[in-house]
Design a protein around this ligand. Structure first.
Ligand code: ADP
Length: 218
């Protein structure tokens, strides 16, 4: 279903969101205070306008109230990001996603009613850190403050062993929820499944348990 979106702030993150939504055929209203940025998106977004999003009257004139989902990606200017979010919550926009610059910024955004707060630099940093611990860690996804999912290559230590042999749940408190083998994904792996070096395991658990699992088995 086609939905209306607005992206406020067309820097690297907001610009990328705007491009992708437009490529997916969505109607996007692109807003930035900087004329050059707006010109860059004239042929990409459905509408691209120069506006200061901290000005409520301007946002109203742009018809922001009719938009289902607004994404705020104002980087360095935390004050402008907060002010814009307050205006959008006052206008009762259905869904507001805001990019946070720091943990403190994130806390404030949650308090003032942002529906979704994203922190791409921090999250990407964590994913990269996990993948540099071992070449066999392919991806890392944070589920909450204390729980994550990791995607790991079985590698030499797990090769030829079954899930029973490894007993990952008893030894590390984590669960193997799926095994990818070539193009197939097995979402309910049986305990006697013999692992091959190139198999990919999807493991869910508490961060401290995943950390032990990464150190010992990956
Ligand atoms: P990123 O880290 O994602 O590249 P930037 O800080 O470079 O983010 O980009 C933020 C964008 O937000 C800039 O293009 C800037 O012109 C825009 N911006 C800043 N303040 C406002 C505002 N009050 N109204 C609209 N756009 C704004």
């Amino acid at each position: 279903m086609k939905q209306d979106y607005a992206v406020i702030g067309l820097g690297r993150f907001g610009g990328s969101v705007c491009r992708e939504l437009s490529m997916e055929g969505m109607d996007v209203l692109a807003i930035d205070i900087d004329e050059e940025k707006v010109n860059e998106f004239k042929n990409i977004a459905s509408y691209a306008v120069i506006a200061d999003s901290t000005d409520e009257a301007t946002l109203k004139e742009l018809g922001i109230k009719n938009i289902d989902h607004v994404i705020v990606s104002i980087g360095d200017n935390i004050q402008a990001s907060i002010l814009t979010t307050v205006i959008l919550t006052d206008l009762e926009i259905k869904k507001i996603t805001v990019k946070a610059q720091s943990d403190y910024h994130e806390k404030i955004l949650n308090k003032i009613g942002a529906d979704q707060v994203v922190h791409p630099e921090r999250d990407m940093g964590k994913r990269i850190a996990h993948s540099v611990i071992s070449n066999n860690i392919l991806d890392y996804l944070e589920l909450s403050d204390e729980h994550s999912i990791v995607e790991v290559k079985a590698g030499k230590k797990m090769q030829g062993k079954t899930l029973v042999d490894l007993d990952i749940r008893a030894n590390y408190g984590c669960n193997v929820v799926a095994i990818k083998q070539e193009n197939e994904i097995n979402v309910s792996p049986s305990a006697d499944e013999v692992l091959r070096e190139d198999d990919i395991l999807i493991v869910i658990g508490a961060d401290k348990d995943i950390s032990r699992f990464e150190k010992h088995l990956v």
